[in-house]
Ligand binder design. Sequence first.
Ligand SMILES: Cc1cc2nc3c(=O)[nH]c(=O)nc-3n(C[C@H](O)[C@H](O)[C@H](O)COP(=O)(O)OP(=O)(O)OC[C@H]3O[C@@H](n4cnc5c(N)ncnc54)[C@H](O)[C@@H]3O)c2cc1C
Ligand SMILES: *[C@@H]1O[C@H](CO)[C@@H](O)[C@H](O)[C@H]1NC(C)=O
Length: 414
Amino acid sequence: MYNQYRDPHPQSEHHQSPLPPPQSKSGVTVIIVGGGIGGLSLANMFERAGISYLILEKATTIRALGSSLGLDASSLPVMEQLGLLDDFIKASKPVRHFNFYNEGVKPIGMVDFSDLEEIGGYPAVILDRPTFYNILTKNIPKEKIKYNKRVLTITQDEDGATANCSDGSAYLSTIIIGADGAYSAVRQNIYKSLKAKGKLSSNDAKPLGYNQHCLVGVSKPLDPEMYPVLKNDYTDFDIVIPKNDPFYAVYMPIPNNRISWAIIQNVPRADEASGDSFRFSEWGPHAAKEMADFVRHLANPFREGGTLGDIIDSTPMDLISKIMLEEKFFESWYEDRVVLLGDACHKVVPSAGLGANLAVLEGVHLCNLLVDMPSTDQKDITRVFEAYYRQRAKIARLALGNSRQFGKVMGDRV
Ligand SMILES: Cc1cc2nc3c(=O)[nH]c(=O)nc-3n(C[C@H](O)[C@H](O)[C@H](O)COP(=O)(O)OP(=O)(O)OC[C@H]3O[C@@H](n4cnc5c(N)ncnc54)[C@H](O)[C@@H]3O)c2cc1C
Ligand SMILES: *[C@@H]1O[C@H](CO)[C@@H](O)[C@H](O)[C@H]1NC(C)=O
């Protein structure tokens, strides 16, 4: 049994394991594929729990991607245990209200979250994504995250599981956790193997379908005199739902006088789709510009006569992203030594802001189970993965439905 990450064919020194010996009961070693929200949160837990791990992340650096993320009262207590609560509170704003407006920016409804903290002890907060990453990486030793490592294949046998990367390097560990997002290579690998064994469900065999087009951005710092909402020490999400346009806009003031914004268009299901609704289906800066031009006339709620175009023009081009938002619940979450977490096993649309919170909480369950795992025998690993699935799959499925409802309420027109 290997108790350390090993490159079976080390090509250079930097492929050697820099890891301290495992401290957990079983001596389990873990490769986490993907250093996103789920992978990094889990790494923080493993640091605390004394489980040795290595993150393989395909990106060369953290990409800004113009978006922000909400953490709710379910994952803030986790961040508190990880010693990161103060960082999150300082870098974020608590969410007080969702204010809904029509196309003329006339208020049409409001949801009040201001007593969330009183009820549950924690607010819901919002911050930009790069800051989120910075907080999550601060306590992770540099040598435990390897960037520029795109995992292509996974193989497993009685000795362990091996992740092979596009640069020819390979890493061996007891188990592999696929936290590599919606298009998870880890998932594709285990699904190929499940399929060969006739164990892949027809649901899981189908590709992801996308349900929403989304344009997101984070503005540069704006003048609080022009945008007085920026003076608040809390944030209200202002949601503009125009009657005759097929999309809605969400404005979220975040720290440093910036406004994070998102334009979301629901995509009709294929059977009801008219050609037009697919006009923004391509990716890239061109698609971003096209969608931006299409929505910029929308009124913004901040100033008389102000438009979404004002906010778009105050957003650096590299902080505007056009993304497709998929939704799918995958039924199989593990095979032998390999298990999935986060968007890799359930992709929800962000309308209810649940995706990151789910990934964080899945990490908690998996980490707790791994700490108590008595040995690294396959039967104990399987028990852990089964328990993990029992504890989390139902919740992920509910979250998918919940997010879909939020999206429909705001995005569908009858
Ligand atoms: C616009 C938008 C707004 C959102 N807002 C919210 C919100 O307010 N609240 C919320 O809870 N959620 C939100 N979400 C969802 C949230 O971002 C995701 O649910 C969350 O990031 C999932 O975490 P993850 O770790 O599973 O995947 P990701 O964060 O996607 O991370 C996957 C990582 O794996 C890496 N990777 C991929 N393939 C490989 C490979 N082959 N080898 C190595 N590495 C690889 C990727 O580079 C990436 O770093 C939002 C999503 C979007 C798009
Ligand atoms: C993975 O890498 C190892 C070591 O380099 C190699 O022996 C093995 O064939 C590779 N597996 C795949 C599927 O590429």
